[in-house]
Design a protein around this ligand. Structure first.
Ligand SMILES: NC(=O)C1=CN([C@@H]2O[C@H](COP(=O)(O)OP(=O)(O)OC[C@H]3O[C@@H](n4cnc5c(N)ncnc54)[C@H](O)[C@@H]3O)[C@@H](O)[C@H]2O)C=CC1
Ligand SMILES: O=C(O)[C@@H]1CCC=N1
Length: 269
């Protein structure tokens, strides 16, 4: 990065905490990050927390409160979002037009959708922007890349679906891991051992999928020896496309809730 940008995090919670952890891990100076909110929160060494809204200008205002709290918080934050400030929002279901309405003087607005693996620099980071010049777009890409893999979207209509996949996705995967362990426990394995085996298996399998030249479908085929055990299990998941149908409905439900929240925020304007 050509400069160390100053960042105000409004709403220092689970997600923005993971983002800041990822940035610090990537070498960002903690003194360049300030967090603010209604009540004091512990922050990493070298970083500042201000109760309320601090004075001054920041290169970025990162919004991290619950989407339903934005309308209440925005008027107090607007004074810090001047013509040099880019608003970054991880808020599910808050559209660029809502951000532009609430922060009309800002240099631009970016929807950023990571997940909690941002803390490890291993999150996909979906991005969609309005009003950014090329220099700020490059800087935003670098800030996102420090958290994992930056992925610019061209079309806001896909954003809630991408949120369901990349943002909510870890929640679904954790449920899957839990279900694997629960299934093994029901079949007789010790619960703690089942959970350890399931987590270690997923860690290795995901790492392999991420670096392999084979697609996940091909990797599954390579695990399943013809006439062997894995194929019998896959047959259960594949019967009537059971798993694909279940996950399509899972993503649809999450996406539709995002659209609902977007509609509610639009109507508040
Ligand atoms: N948890 C996750 O995995 C992900 C969350 N997100 C988004 O991140 C946002 C926050 O979610 P979490 O971190 O899970 O929630 P959280 O409850 O952990 O964090 C929210 C923070 O906002 C603060 N806050 C409340 N009212 C405020 C106000 N008026 N001004 C400033 N700060 C205020 C709270 O004190 C809290 O620290 C949501 O909008 C969500 O859509 C996005 C992607 C993934
Ligand atoms: O559950 C939510 O609404 C947020 C969005 C993605 C992950 N958590």
């Amino acid at each position: 990065m050509n400069r160390t940008p100053t960042i105000l995090v409004a709403g220092f919670g689970t997600m923005t905490g993971a983002i800041v952890e990822g940035w610090l891990r990537a070498g960002l100076d903690p003194a360049s990050v300030t967090a603010c909110g209604p009540s004091p929160k512990p922050v990493p060494p070298g970083m500042r927390f201000v109760t309320g809204v601090p004075e001054g200008e920041f290169d970025y205002l990162l919004l991290g409160m619950k989407p339903q709290k934005l309308a209440e918080a925005a008027p107090g934050l607007e004074p810090v979002a001047g013509p040099e400030t880019v608003v970054l929002s991880v808020l599910a279901g808050i559209e660029l037009s809502t951000l532009a309405r609430l922060f009309p003087r800002a240099a631009g607005a970016v929807r950023v959708m990571p997940n909690l693996a941002a803390a490890l620099g291993k999150s996909p980071v979906a991005l969609l922007a309005q009003g950014l010049d090329e220099r700020r777009r490059e800087e935003v890409t670098e800030l996102a890349a420090a958290l994992g893999t930056a992925e610019w979207l061209a079309d806001e209509s896909q954003f809630e679906l991408v949120t369901a996949l990349a943002g909510s996705g870890p929640g679904f995967l954790y449920r899957f891991i839990d279900a694997l362990a629960a299934g093994a426990t029901r079949l007789g394995l010790d619960a703690g051992q089942a959970q350890r085996l399931a987590v270690q298996m997923v860690e290795g399998a995901a790492a392999l999928a991420a670096q392999s030249s084979y697609s996940p479908a091909e990797l599954a085929r390579r695990v399943a020896s013809p006439g062997g055990m894995t194929q019998k299990g896959l047959d259960v998941l594949d019967a009537d496309e059971a798993l694909v149908r279940l996950l399509t409905e899972t993503l649809r439900a999450a996406r539709d809730r995002g659209r609902e929240m977007a509609g509610a925020a639009r109507e508040e304007g």
